[in-house]
Design a protein around this ligand. Structure first.
Ligand SMILES: C[S@@+](CC[C@H](N)C(=O)[O-])C[C@H]1O[C@@H](n2cnc3c(N)ncnc32)[C@H](O)[C@@H]1O
Length: 282
């Protein structure tokens, strides 16, 4: 049955903003396009291709000649890649809770843009309409996750696919381990409150299997390294665009930048962490 969007809540501006939604809203208003700027040049394993390419390839194949959605589309980087390919979906709808990200996406995609300001557990789409839903670095932020997964399954046609890239913390490069340790070592007065963000089950293969199994008949989850190599300056340019750094005071940010750059030193260093690529067929 099709659903009607309820009154403003979740990540919309409004009286019932959750702490997660308030934090995400503020971050993406301050740094629209941060994710593609930070991670667009990082590569998956030794493929020389980005995590956006990995996910785009899946949707281009699985949703060819049909309509797909990019859920949590941010500034439209994934939508742009899918639409630039030969073949692939006829149209890609971008949905995001952040009006600031959508403004950037609109500029990037121009006339190709089909964008909706909305939240993941009430999608603006009739049931069984889509051949594919993609979600790059966003599923692990979405709550309540059972409702989000059920909503994704609702809008997918039988045999339709969910493709998602999420962060997992099982493998973390030493330079990033140092960054995390330095962050945790900052004094309390250099940090502002930051909600935990999202549901931890979305960050492990076991948790994702359990969440997806009620709605999807076939699930494949593979783990990959997402990494880059660069100078202290260029690594900091990516890491400074994280939710963790946003939650620091100016003094905390300055201290972390100095300690991170000192720990990396001269020359180039590898930096990165594990990601899970989810492929699920309804
Ligand atoms: C880390 S960013 C990733 C953006 C984009 N997918 C990319 O990889 O460049 C997460 C995005 O998900 C959106 N988001 C988070 N929770 C959401 C929700 N419940 N419904 C819709 N969008 C959401 C945020 O506004 C943000 O644009």
């Amino acid at each position: 049955m099709d659903r009607v969007r309820p009154p403003s809540h979740g990540m919309d501006k409004g009286p019932a903003m959750t702490p997660d939604a308030t934090f995400l809203h503020a971050f993406h208003a301050a740094h629209p396009g941060a994710t593609s700027a930070a991670l667009g040049h990082w590569q998956i394993d030794d493929t020389g291709r980005s995590s956006y390419d990995l996910l785009a390839d899946f949707l281009i194949t699985e949703a060819a000649d049909e309509v797909a959605m990019d859920l949590g589309c941010g500034d439209g980087a994934l939508v742009e890649k899918i639409l630039a390919a030969d073949g692939g979906p006829l149209a890609v709808i971008g949905v995001d809770a952040s009006p600031d990200e959508l403004r950037k996406a609109k500029k990037r995609l121009r006339k190709q843009a089909v964008l909706h300001h909305g939240i993941a557990h009430y999608l603006p789409t009739p049931s069984e309409e889509l051949a594919g839903v993609g979600c790059h670095m966003a599923l692990m932020l979405m709550q309540p996750i059972e409702e989000v997964v059920a909503e994704i399954a609702r809008v997918l046609m039988p045999g339709g696919v969910l493709g998602a890239v999420v962060t997992t913390s099982t493998t973390v490069e030493p330079s990033l381990q140092a960054f995390i340790a330095q962050l945790k070592g900052l004094p309390e007065d250099q940090r502002r409150p930051r909600p935990a963000l999202g549901d931890p089950r979305t960050r492990s293969a076991e948790g994702l299997h359990a969440l997806l199994a009620p709605h999807f008949s076939r699930i494949e989850i593979t783990e990959h390294a997402l990494w880059t190599e660069g100078s202290a300056e260029s690594l900091w340019a990516s890491l400074s665009l994280t939710y963790d750094v946003f939650a620091l005071t100016e003094a905390g940010r300055t201290a972390l930048e100095a300690s991170f750059k000192a720990s990396v030193g001269e020359g180039t260093t590898r930096c990165g962490h594990g990601v899970l690529m989810v492929r699920a067929w309804k």
